[in-house]
Ligand binder design. Structure first.
Ligand code: C2E
Ligand code: CA
Ligand code: CA
Length: 625
């Protein structure tokens, strides 16, 4: 294949594979041809001059060279006009030498305007559009082009199109350019950039965009200026998603976004960081007054009910606030501190806001340390179970024990469960701890008399993050303990957080012969409604209800009503936190089934169980009488 045929083939391939990525390749080919052309032309002229001068006989050869040239010119013209891109060649004086039809179309030049020897300056002046952005310049790589370079220019036309020019400037100053309409590519790129920086549900900027805005705000901050970052999280949004469904949840989130947007106003940046998490960046204001006004406004807006059909949904929000420079001068630090303040707002019950303080960070660090220790404790089994008697008022004897976990920390000593169970729940470790508790409790109880039960507390996380029925069955089988001797205590949170998932698990457990108790009855939001959803074997009235039953008629009336309710539903009733003989006597008169509390015994190590069981009931029955 000769050089021209090869060139033709290469051009066709480059043209067929569309896209601007090929522009540079195509350009390289055109440059090559241009050089070939120029080289051949010069050679032919030199040769003809020589021939004319020296040997008239060889005239025929000169004609052949001219024919060659004409054929090449025709071929070149053909290729040019079939290019999907515009092409132009200017000489070292910046006069147009060659261009194709597409070049004229792209820039809207007439044939007269873009005629040979038109100046580059006059053509640029006629472009109906403006040049955009900085020009990218890169050196030409091959040795022959030493001193040449490639430039990229971009034109935004009045009709909205974007045209890109890739200009190869040769060492002598002449240049060859490829021009392409990149409007669609640009739109796609803009769309991708938008998606990378925005949340698709609300259209708000996302975390990446927020970080960029904080970066910019911090970089441009004047010495006396403050920048406030508010991190917001809706309280209990998960339960809204669970009860109303995800699509209703999404609609509410959009309304929430709109209300926060209205409160934040145009000057502040609002972003959505996660499912029910938002952030507002307020810059250039005096603080903390402005951000206080802002969070008040947001709280007011969000306290109005949201409507789903005719159903009103109430929401509340927790907010954490960090202010630069005092709470941090770097984006990461500011974000972290607003998050720390938010988790404090959350852990104090939600529906409130907190400004970041240094003490908060110390607390968080202590928590991290505790978490690390807790992970080790799980591996090393640093736990121990204490047992607190459940006392049957009818039979006047102990009928079971509640297993209560303790953590024997290597340096801190014994850590009570209320200090580590909530943390273990948050970080998921409660699944492993709970599994250990189940196995230990069953293995302990199998040594007790057959009519003595063991009660184990199970957290809501164990219902969602583990196979609870399998764990329970394994613990029973391993200890060879009869299922009827095990009682599982759950709180309302198990049902509140995921009713649809928890109910079938509870039924499976109950069918296997295990008894299910509702713990801390009366402390939650809707203990009563949950009693209708599942046939609990037992309800344990929370210790807060015992306070005052002896002196306060109202407290007594409430206690009596709950005992009657349990009776009516056929559930056993246990009253927790019984500390005095008077309380015991009163409860016995009210036909309460069981009590638990310091009056009978505090939780004790397993070795004390035989003693507790063998003690005559005199200390209880005598005081009860
Ligand atoms: P709970 O299930 O309500 O356990 C009863 C708590 O009340 C125990 O606290 C017990 O020591 C205390 N108590 C018993 N009698 C009295 C009394 O007469 N007066 C007063 N004021 N308090 C009394 P403890 O052992 O500190 O346990 C606290 C909570 O920790 C438990 O509350 C339970 O929710 C959780 N917990 C304990 N062990 C486990 C466990 O193995 N797994 C899970 N998930 N949670 C556990
Ligand atoms: Ca309990
Ligand atoms: Ca309880």
């Amino acid at each position: 294949m000769d050089a021209e045929a090869l060139f033709r083939q290469q051009c066709t391939t480059a043209i067929n594979e569309d896209g601007s990525a090929n522009a540079e390749r195509l350009m390289a080919l055109v440059v090559e041809t241009y050089r070939l052309q120029a080289g051949k032309k010069r050679a032919a002229e030199d040769r003809s001059r020589l021939l004319v001068k020296e040997n008239g006989e060889l005239k025929g050869n000169l004609v052949a060279s001219k024919e060659d040239l004409a054929e090449q010119k025709r071929l070149f013209g053909n290729v040019l006009d079939n290019l999907p891109q515009g092409l132009s060649v200017f000489d070292s004086q910046q006069r147009l030498m060659v261009c194709n039809i597409r070049f004229r179309q792209l820039f809207g030049f007439s044939s007269e305007e873009a005629s040979p020897s038109a100046s580059l300056g006059s053509l640029i002046a006629k472009i109906r559009g403006n040049e955009r952005g900085e020009k990218k310049v890169s050196r030409l790589r091959d040795a022959a082009s030493e001193g040449g370079h490639i430039r990229h220019r971009e034109w935004v036309m009045e009709d909205g199109r974007t045209i890109q020019s890739v200009i190869t400037v040769l060492p002598d100053g002449s240049n060859i350019s490829i021009h392409a309409d990149i409007t669609e590519d640009r739109k796609a790129a803009e769309r991708i950039a938008y998606l990378a920086h925005h949340d698709p549900l609300t259209g708000l900027p996302n975390r990446i965009r927020l970080r960029e805005s904080i970066d910019a705000a911090l970089a441009g901050r004047k010495p006396d200026e403050h920048i406030a970052l508010v991190h917001l999280n809706l309280d209990r949004f998960k339960s809204i998603n669970n009860t109303l469904g995800v699509s209703a949840g999404d609609k509410i989130l959009r309304q929430v976004a709109e209300r926060i947007r209205m409160s934040a106003g145009a000057g502040n940046v609002l972003a959505r960081l996660g499912s029910d998490e938002f952030a507002v960046l307020q810059s250039g204001r005096q603080q903390p007054w402005n951000v206080t006004a802002l969070v008040d406004q947001i709280r007011r807006e969000l306290s109005e009910p949201f409507f789903r059909g005719d159903k009103a949904v109430e929401l509340s929000v927790s907010m954490g606030i960090a202010i630069s420079p005092q709470d941090g001068t770097e984006t990461d630090v500011l974000l972290k501190h607003a998050g720390v303040a938010l988790s404090h707002a959350k852990s104090s019950g939600g529906n409130g806001e907190r400004f970041f303080t240094a003490e908060m960070e110390a607390e968080i660090e202590a928590r991290h340390a505790l978490e690390a220790d807790l992970r080790k404790a799980v591996e090393r089994e640093e736990f121990e179970l204490h047992y607190q008697p459940l006392y049957d008022l009818g039979q006047q004897r102990i009928c079971g024990f509640e297993a209560l976990v303790r953590w024997n920390h290597p340096t801190r000593g014994r850590v009570p469960p209320l200090e580590f169970i909530p943390l273990a729940e948050e970080v998921g470790l409660v699944v492993d701890i709970g599994r250990w508790v189940l196995r230990r409790a069953c293995r302990d109880a199998v040594h007790w008399p057959k009519d003595i039960k063991v009660a184990v507390n199970v957290s809501a996380i164990q219902f969602t993050n583990s196979d609870l029925p399998a764990d329970v069955a394994a613990a029973l089988a391993e200890a060879r303990l009869a299922a009827c001797r095990l009682e599982i205590e759950i709180t309302e949170s198990v049902l509140m957080e995921n009713l649809d998932e928890a109910l079938p698990i509870l039924h499976v457990l109950k069918q296997s012969g295990i008894r299910i108790a509702m713990d801390d009855f009366g402390t939650g939001y809707s203990s009563l409604s949950y009693l209708r959803r599942f046939p609990f074997d037992k309800i344990k009235i929370d210790k807060s209800f015992v306070n005052g039953i002896v002196e306060d008629r109202e407290a007594f009336a409430i206690m009596r009503a709950i005992i009657l309710l349990g009776d009516a539903l056929g559930m056993r009733v246990t009253v927790e936190g019984v500390e005095t003989a008077e309380q015991l006597a009163l409860l016995q008169r009210e036909a309460c089934d069981e009590i638990q509390g310091y009056h009978i015994s505090p939780p004790r190590p397993v070795v004390d169980v035989p003693d507790l069981l063998s003690q005559p009931p005199e200390h209880t029955s005598t005081r009860a009488s």
